[in-house]
Design a protein around this ligand. Sequence first.
Ligand SMILES: [Zn+2]
Ligand SMILES: [Zn+2]
Length: 245
Amino acid sequence: MTARTLRRFLAGNLGRAMTRCEFCGEAVTDEHGHGHVADLASRSILCACPGCRLLFTPTGAGGGRYRAIPTRYHFAPSFAAGPRLLAAAGIPVGLAFFVIHDGTVNAFYPSPAGATHCELPATLTPQDLNLDDPGGPGTGTDRATGGPVWRPEPEVEAVLVHVTRDGQAGYLLPIDACYRLVGDLRLHWRGFDGGADARAHLAAFLADARHRAGAAPAAAASAADAASAAAAPMTSAVGGARWPT
Ligand SMILES: [Zn+2]
Ligand SMILES: [Zn+2]
């Protein structure tokens, strides 16, 4: 079998991936449709059938080491804390994820090597990750404004900050989606700034996240994304910094 055939074989296999629940061994089919559970001890993600995933939800019986990864998405077209978070992390790109781990805020961003972690000053608190929720009840109340906010669940949800030409957008999304994006960008990364292919994959991912968040198809937002994707390399967002080597 030549290398090329082998690659095609692997690609074909991935296409109709038959995954097994990593708890009970039952087959779960849909590539991205099945549930996931975070292993907090090893910081890894496990595939789970609906029954096993249920055990590790807040109301489930599992608890402890494993936690079901939620499936909700929220989108804030304008995220006021975005610039402060990116600056605190010293992140050289216009895209980063923020996750609450052990009560503190952690950051990582996509790179050709996968997820790169950043040190954050202790002045950042989990409250800095609250996304405004002008349209609904949210999951909490902002300490400063008293308004409704969406709060990421520690360990299993992240806030993605994306710098656009118009400012900073915030997305609350499942942690497994973040790792999927990091893997996807790594696969399509070219040169020091990611290249057009990686930018197109990022634009598609963000459009899908907005759709899942119930945001209107927003032709304007999509057009702005497409324009910024075409015009600006991902590294240009913060002072034209080059990719760290
Ligand atoms: Zn199972
Ligand atoms: Zn899976």
